[in-house]
Design a protein around this ligand. Structure first.
Ligand SMILES: *[C@@H]1O[C@H](CO)[C@@H](O)[C@H](O)[C@H]1NC(C)=O
Ligand SMILES: *[C@@H]1O[C@H](CO)[C@@H](O)[C@H](O)[C@H]1NC(C)=O
Ligand SMILES: *[C@@H]1O[C@H](CO)[C@@H](O)[C@H](O)[C@H]1NC(C)=O
Length: 760
């Protein structure tokens, strides 16, 4: 079998498969992995995708000893994409020791089907009376799923749904007779990528009123297990401050421009608070003075506002530097932190060997004194850190005595030179969440493994524990969302600044003309799942079109004009006027277009050599001019082999009914200048679907991603437009007036083509 065939038979898309073929290292690993998984005769594409992810992961590194265990689970269909990370982490940590499958399953959150069925049983029994009385109308399926999830929070969504469907059917039989409308009826046109989980996880979050704790066991390597919880007293104190409201936060770091991934994070955090009638903080996570700036802070606030979210309060992590310091002192006093002098390389080596730092067990007083000296600036940078005293034998890398504070003699945008020690994310994030009385702390999946240390630290400080939940991180095909790489493109001027319309920064999307609603709808459609997928740009485009179809008035612009003279046209231009519609609806507003003896059509709408399946113009052929008349081409004029003019007749009675309809622009009235505009078309920023897998991502940059058309001819009514106005250029796509426009020339950006098959 050819390599390409092998890759497509495991369900990879052809573009992905082809780019793998160009990467010999990845290809050989991938083939080996497919064979090892035993799916070389084909498998579900969900399985194929996971195998691909695994191959890409270990392309340049050492495969862990027990990878075959993970491959077996993948091949059996038991492993879902959101479990992969934990699975790989588990076997990596296991190193050479044998893997206990029960523990392994628990670590990745694979819940056996029997347990799911048992939970469904309990829920159905609990609601039996109501179900029998009111049948399918008794509950929304999502409400039942939520109840099952309370019992089995990590069960596979499809297992839950299938088990529920099955048991409901057993209990109630067919849905016939139940007035049940499918919620999917309007969704038919959405591209296939929408996640399988269409149920709302928000409904399964605990209420702040009974958030007694995460109900997650923290298992330490010495065999002790503890379950952090909010005591009645702690919970009551919390409730007296919040009144039981839902409180969330959107916590970006101001070290770059916000991008689509932040749009998703906003949708989760602001969205959940908004639906629950709660509050959401905008909290700038400014704990690292290097690389953070007021410019980025301003952009974040701007974008939050642009997407329509209203923060309850804007806070900064640095507002809490004093409290964070006091908590650190407290932590040292309680015996859970120490001042360490290991270099980063030593820390790394000791973690790998699960060895304790020689400073770990120094007296508490010594750490207290040194920490005070660190704060006072008496210890040089790099000579000491404050580390949490967690669990140096843990399987979980995030329990290996994470650094809480490091010394940086850097001026901070807000606290200036007041501090020379700065807290880490791992130390500050959970504490500030708790100080702000956040009830639900939502973050992306890669933070899932940090949950344990999050709870560990709050537990050791005896602070209120928010409910933590992770959602899938957003990746979009043919583009990048890494702040570091975005910054590189901007700094090297490969793109025109942070708001280049080709970038998926929110500023870039805004400049491109993408309506904020489209972004929110897109994020909403995929934001509530835990799956971590590479989302196709087509899906973004779908939501953009859906929104603009409703809001962007129609107009006509010809990109490469070809002159047409209508030889049977009589009378004056002023006499002939046609009416065009702004929107497709029957009762749309209309506007007038003069019909003139000379008009312009798109060069590509004429062919010298006709063919049967061609509906454009050709000698002897007719087309309908949109909103006007049918014309028939009778001849054409060539100069140096190039067609420069068509001669046509028009049919004022509209008796001819041509199949093709084309757009056109009339000649400007005598004494006025023909309106020409600049049009910018944008293509894919990177050539391959997943540029991160390219051995050198920069080589994958598409230098043809921007095309400029200088002299497109436009309807005269486009003369007085202003920056940000959106239009549909009929047959061409949606366009927005760019801020580069001047009184001499209007510049339009193409927001999106009308169909995804459109060139570009
Ligand atoms: C958070 O709750 C505590 C009580 O647990 C209260 O003292 C504090 O003022 C609250 N903080 C905020 C920012 O709401
Ligand atoms: C998404 O992107 C992140 C960061 O670049 C990466 O770690 C992760 O594996 C990606 N996930 C998928 C499914 O592509
Ligand atoms: C655009 O909106 C009209 C109604 O105004 C609707 O009939 C049409 O199907 C929509 N087109 C697309 C592509 O969604």
């Amino acid at each position: 079998m050819s390599a390409l065939k092998l890759l497509t038979c495991i369900g990879l898309e052809e573009t992905t498969a082809r780019s793998a073929l160009e990467n010999p290292k990845l290809l050989s690993d991938l083939i080996a992995i497919i064979q090892e998984a035993g799916v070389d005769n084909g498998c579900d594409k969900h399985i194929g995708k996971l195998l691909y992810t695994v191959a890409a992961r270990y392309m340049n590194g050492h495969r862990p000893q027990h990878l075959s265990t993970v491959l077996r689970y993948i091949a059996s269909g038991k492993m879902r994409s959101h479990q992969l990370e934990a699975a790989l982490e588990y076997i990596t940590a296991a190193r050479r020791e044998s893997v206990d499958l029960a523990k392994f399953e628990r670590a990745c959150g694979i819940v056996p089907l029997e347990d799911v069925k048992a939970a469904v049983d309990t829920v159905i029994n609990r609601n039996k009376e109501k179900l029998l009385a009111e049948r399918y109308a008794a509950f929304k399926l999502s409400a039942l799923v939520a109840q099952v999830r309370e019992l089995q929070p990590h069960a596979d969504h499809r297992d839950v749904k299938a088990a529920l469907d099955g048991q409901l059917y057993e209990l109630l039989g067919e849905k016939t007779g139940d007035a049940h409308k499918s919620r999917k009826t309007n969704k038919a046109r959405v591209p296939e990528q929408l996640p399988e989980e269409d149920l709302d996880p928000f409904s399964s979050f605990p209420s702040p009123l009974d958030n007694t704790g995460p109900h997650v066991d923290v298992e330490l390597s010495d065999g002790t297990v503890f379950r952090p919880s909010n005591s009645r007293e702690k919970l009551e104190k919390h409730l007296s401050a919040t009144g039981g409201a839902v409180v969330t936060r959107f916590p970006p770091e101001p070290n770059g421009y916000s991008h689509l991934g932040h749009g998703k994070a906003m949708g989760m955090n602001f969205g959940f608070a908004c639906e629950a009638n709660g509050k959401c903080y905008l909290r700038l996570d400014d704990t690292n003075p290097e690389g953070e700036s007021d410019e980025f802070t301003a952009n974040i606030q701007d974008m939050v506002q642009w997407l329509g979210w209203k923060p309850f309060k804007v806070t900064y992590c640095s507002d809490y530097f004093e409290e964070l310091y006091e908590k650190a002192v407290e932590l040292i006093k309680r015996g859970y932190a120490y001042v360490d002098h290991q270099t980063p390389a030593e820390v790394k080596e000791y973690r790998e060997k699960l060895l304790e730092s020689p400073w770990r067990n120094r007296p508490i007083d010594e750490s207290l004194e040194l920490f005070e000296q660190m704060r006072a600036g008496a210890v040089p940078e790099g000579q000491a850190t404050l580390r949490m005293k967690q669990d140096m034998k843990s399987n979980n890398g995030n329990m290996l005595d994470l650094v809480a504070y490091r010394i940086k003699f850097a001026s901070h945008p807000r606290t200036k030179d007041k501090w020379c020690i700065y807290p880490t994310y791992d130390y500050s994030h959970c504490i500030v969440d708790s100080l702000e009385n956040i009830t639900h702390s939502l973050c992306t999946l890669e933070f899932e493994t940090r949950r344990v240390s999050y709870y560990w630290l709050l537990d050791k400080l005896d602070m209120y524990l928010p409910y933590v939940w992770e959602y899938g991180r957003l990746n979009v095909s043919n583009n990048l969302l890494s702040k570091r790489k975005l910054k590189y493109l901007v700094d090297k001027q490969m793109v025109d600044g942070w708001d280049d319309p080709r970038l998926l920064t929110l500023a870039g999307l805004r400049r491109r003309g993408v309506p904020p609603n489209a972004i929110n709808n897109f994020c909403r459609a995929l934001g509530r799942t835990r799956s971590d997928n590479l989302i196709s740009t087509d899906l973004v485009d779908h939501f953009v079109r859906e929104e603009l179809n409703k809001t962007a008035p129609r107009t006509m612009v010809v990109f490469q004009p070809l002159k047409v003279t209508i030889i049977n046209f009589e009378g004056h231009e002023q006499d002939q006027v046609v009416e065009a519609k702004r929107f497709p609806d029957a009762n749309s507003p209309t506007y007038k277009i003069p019909f003139t003896k000379t008009i312009y059509i798109e060069r590509t709408d004429f062919r010298e050599h006709d063919s049967k399946d061609y509906y454009g113009l050709s000698k002897g052929k007719s087309v309908l001019l949109r909103y006007a008349f049918p014309i028939t081409c009778v001849d054409y004029v060539c100069v140096d082999g190039e067609v420069v003019e068509l001669l046509a007749t028009y049919d004022p009675l509209k008796a001819i009914k041509p199949k093709g309809v084309i757009h056109w622009v009339p000649e400007a009235a005598p004494g006025t200048k023909q309106l020409t505009v600049e049009v910018r078309l944008f293509g894919k920023l990177f050539k391959s679907e997943d540029p991160r897998l390219h051995s050198n991502w920069l080589e994958d940059f598409n230098p043809q991603s921007k095309e400029v058309i200088n002299d497109a001819v436009a309807l005269h009514c486009l003369k007085d437009v202003k920056c940000g106005d959106c239009f549909q250029f009929e047959r061409k796509g949606y366009f927005v007036v760019d801020r580069d426009s001047s009184s001499c020339k209007t510049v339009f950006n193409r927001i999106v083509a009308l169909k995804s098959s459109f060139r570009g």
